[in-house]
Design a protein around this ligand. Structure first.
Ligand code: AHM
Ligand code: MG
Length: 344
């Protein structure tokens, strides 16, 4: 299709906004700023080894983030790009990132706005050095009514159902942006020479059934009964209780798994297990599970902790971890049923 018949991200946002007369448009500018951050990160990731950005941050003395994980050089750069491309526009009151222990203030030189931006600047970054897809995840919340103007962690602690928008950019063979403004999910592909995100996947809908599931099988000895049962039944294939063969997938890059599921269905599990009782799952609620949950549910899929809908979880801290199950509706509902049946 010729370029002049394509819808750019800016055009898409403006046309969406026209449906709600009287809105300020601040929000559109924020999404466009996030898109610029993602393009900058995409460019850095695409340089690969040539940019000398592979490996750990801090030379020989690798630095460790709040999660206790080693920061890659590209984690640090991506975090800086996310912050510097979104903090100046006057849309945000504050931000929070996977890479920062505390909330991030807007510099005094810039006006403050009414939104909060929560993000994981480079998800799946253990995959950078091996040239496997990584991505950036973001969630937008409103500053709570009647806040006292103080920057504290508390203002971010809102359940996922309150998200105004969410999305991710995936830096794969093509760079794509999946976006929900609370009215379905639309996918955009970065045109590499024009430098615009172009609407390529309108109104995404996840098939209700699937024969693909993704879980890190190396944790099997720690799984709890409902997950053990679900996986065993899938692996039993055609002659087992499910009566069909399943494929397994594990990319170790959640954005890439989410993208597969938004595109052709499937189910992803990073459940609570018995490995470390202090950690209820590996992935983080505020900037991994919640934005993915909003996208998946807006596309007709389902996202759950196993025992409750993800979007209803009341957060207690910015970096809290949560069991995460998402994907094709009938599979996630089955997993929820198994959890309820075993009282887990
Ligand atoms: P990260 O935010 O530090 O990159 O960690 C999150 C990633 C997810 O993208 C992925 O699903 C998971 O960690 C992989 O975990 P594992 O190393 O257990 O396979
Ligand atoms: Mg992450």
């Amino acid at each position: 299709m010729p370029f002049n018949q394509r819808t750019t991200l800016a055009q898409f946002l403006i046309e969406e906004r026209r449906r709600y007369p009287g809105v300020s448009g601040d929000f559109n500018m924020l999404i466009l700023d996030i898109a610029v951050a993602c393009k900058a990160i995409s460019a850095a990731v695409a340089m690969g080894q040539l940019a000398n950005l592979h490996g750990h941050h801090g030379d020989d003395q690798a630095s460790i983030n709040i999660q206790g994980e080693t920061q890659q050089k590209l984690d640090v750069l991506s975090n800086e790009l996310f912050i510097s491309n979104t903090n100046w526009g006057g849309h945000l009151f504050a931000m929070a990132s996977e890479e920062n222990d505390k909330p991030i203030a807007i510099p005094k030189d810039y006006p403050q706005g009414k939104y909060l931006l929560v993000f994981d600047p480079l998800d799946g970054s253990s995959n950078i050095d091996i040239n496997v897809s990584v991505g950036s995840i973001f969630s937008i919340l409103r500053l709570p009514e009647g806040h006292n103007g103080e920057l504290s962690e508390d203002i971010f602690l809102q359940p996922g159902i309150k998200q105004v928008a969410a999305g991710y950019a995936l830096y794969g063979p093509a760079t794509t942006l999946m976006l929900t403004l609370g009215n379905g999910v639309n996918g955009f592909t970065l045109h590499p020479t024009i430098g615009e995100f172009i609407l390529s996947h309108p109104n995404i809908s996840i098939p209700e059934d699937t024969h693909e599931f993704a879980i890190n099988g190396s944790n099997r000895r720690f799984w709890q009964a409902p997950v053990e049962r679900y996986v065993a039944e899938c692996l039993a294939g055609k002659t087992g209780p499910r009566g069909k063969d399943f494929n397994t997938r594990w990319i170790a890059s959640m954005v890439a798994e989410a993208n597969r599921i938004l595109t052709r269905g499937g189910v992803f599990l990073y459940p609570q297990d018995n490995k470390d009782p202090s950690k209820p799952g590996k992935l983080r609620l505020m900037y991994e599970a919640n934005p993915i949950a909003m996208l998946i549910e807006q596309a007709g899929g389902r996202c759950s902790t196993g025992t409750m809908p993800m979007l209803d979880v009341e957060p207690t801290s910015l970096h809290q971890r949560v069991p995460l199950i998402f994907g094709s509706k009938n599979e996630v509902e089955r997993l929820e049923r198994y959890h309820h049946e075993t009282g887990k």
